[in-house]
Write a protein that binds this ligand. Structure first.
Ligand code: CUA
Length: 416
């Protein structure tokens, strides 16, 4: 129901005689009196308020612009593979169309606001255009036409990118709380240990350059399972590597798929893009792309189990890791280390924890190496009290002594 006529009637009354203004001047006079008594006028408190608004706007713009950076590791504008390139090629023209709409609408808005603003001595209500069919039809059809134009290439690309390729390298991506696990599903990517289980990585996905890779995205819970074997905390995640491909959900009810490839060797940063709990913002990962010879060496190495440590401290750490019965549990309950008795699956597979391609750990919160040296301080802080350095982390605090922490850290860094 249109109430504007009734509202207008409230502030207007029929002219008493010819030449008299349409609008009741009493409310206007009252408002002016209020302005005077408030000291609300140019140069007074209004001036201060205006300056304050400008200061806040400038500070907000400064904050917004300081968030921009050039050449960051997660730069959508710097695609490093055909999928990201295609998505950018679609995004750029659509952004230009959106910019055109913005300038037209906001420009018109500002122009009309200035041109028809209230001026001193003007008590007349401007001509009302309500019910102007031409305008109404015009501003209904114009956005529909713009959306239809944008929709054609967008929907076409959704179909184009939603393809599967059984010939591509197959990797299952599992979203845990809060880290990503990668399982190589191809037959030639199984290990020599266990019962020929697949190569499994945590935090870093390693792929060869210029090779189609098909990811199957699932959500894998927080580690523990209920009595029926169903993982707990099967929350929604979203898998995103801005320089390689757009976001794709990892949800409990359906599998997501991404078919992509990377042009050049290098490291590409990724990020969980859907709120999934306490450590969502730090559910990071990386994609390391290797040239063909490095890839073959890497695969051969991954198929083997963990090294037996030569260093006595590391050997002691291995014993603690495999046989230590700490207050609260054992490392082996959650972690696998190939060729040992450790076969837990709730936490990251640590078989090649110290391999140089495993650039980061614990949801990529820490670099595994800093200036080429093991990042022992970070690993020890993590072992000392996981919840203290990563709130909500599912890894329990086993109350390890400093000696035990030193030994276990030495062991993990011997797993190259
Ligand atoms: Cu996983 Cu956000």
């Amino acid at each position: 129901m249109d109430l504007r006529a009734a509202l207008l009637r409230h502030v207007t009354r029929p002219p008493r005689s010819a030449g008299e203004p349409m609008v009741d001047s009493a409310p206007v006079a009252r408002a002016r009196a209020r302005e005077r008594s408030d000291g609300y006028r140019r140069g007074g408190r209004g001036g201060v308020r205006r300056k304050l608004i400008w200061a806040i706007a400038l500070a907000a713009a400064g904050l917004l612009l300081s968030a921009c950076s050039n050449g960051g590791p997660q730069d959508t504008w710097d695609p490093a593979g055909p999928v990201a390139q295609q998505q950018k090629d679609l995004l750029v023209p659509i952004l230009w169309i959106a910019a055109g709409v913005f300038v037209f609408v906001e420009g018109g808005f500002i122009l009309i606001s200035l041109r028809f603003r209230h001026r001193k001595g003007r008590d007349r209500i401007p001509a009302q255009t309500h019910g102007n069919s031409r305008l109404e039809i015009g501003w209904t059809i114009a956005p529909a036409v713009v959306l239809a134009i944008v929709m054609v290439p967008t929907v076409a690309m959704i179909w184009e990118l939603d393809v599967r390729d059984p010939e591509a390298m197959q990797v299952t991506v599992k979203g845990y709380q809060w880290w990503w696990g990668f399982e190589y599903a191809d037959e030639d990517m199984t290990t020599a240990y266990g019962e020929g289980q697949p190569i499994i990585l945590a935090d870093v996905l390693v792929i060869p350059e210029d090779t189609p890779v098909e990811l199957t995205l699932v959500t894998a819970g927080g580690g523990a399972r209920d009595e029926a074997g169903v993982p707990d905390f099967q929350v929604n995640h979203s898998f995103w590597v801005p320089r390689l491909f757009g976001k794709q959900d990892a949800i409990p009810t359906d599998e997501g798929h991404i078919l992509f490839s990377a042009d050049e060797p290098g490291t590409y940063w990724g990020q969980c893009a859907e709120f999934c709990g306490l450590q969502h913002t730090k559910m990071k990962f990386r994609v390391v792309v290797l040239d063909q010879p490095s890839w073959e060496t890497w695969v051969a190495r991954q198929k083997e189990g963990g090294d037996l440590p030569a260093d006595p401290l590391a050997a002691q750490g291995m014993d603690l890791f495999l046989n230590g019965d700490f207050e609260g549990g054992q490392c082996t309950a959650c972690h696998t280390i190939g060729d040992t008795a450790a076969a837990g699956t709730a936490g990251p597979n640590l078989t090649h924890f110290a391999d140089p391609t495993h650039e980061c750990f614990a949801g990529c919160d820490w670099e595994t190496y800093v200036d080429g040296q093991p990042n022992l301080e970070a690993l020890k802080a993590w072992l000392r009290d996981p919840g203290a350095v990563k709130q909500g982390a599912k890894m329990p605090d086993y109350d390890l002594t400093e000696d035990e922490i030193d030994a276990i850290a030495a062991y993990l860094y011997s797993l190259r």
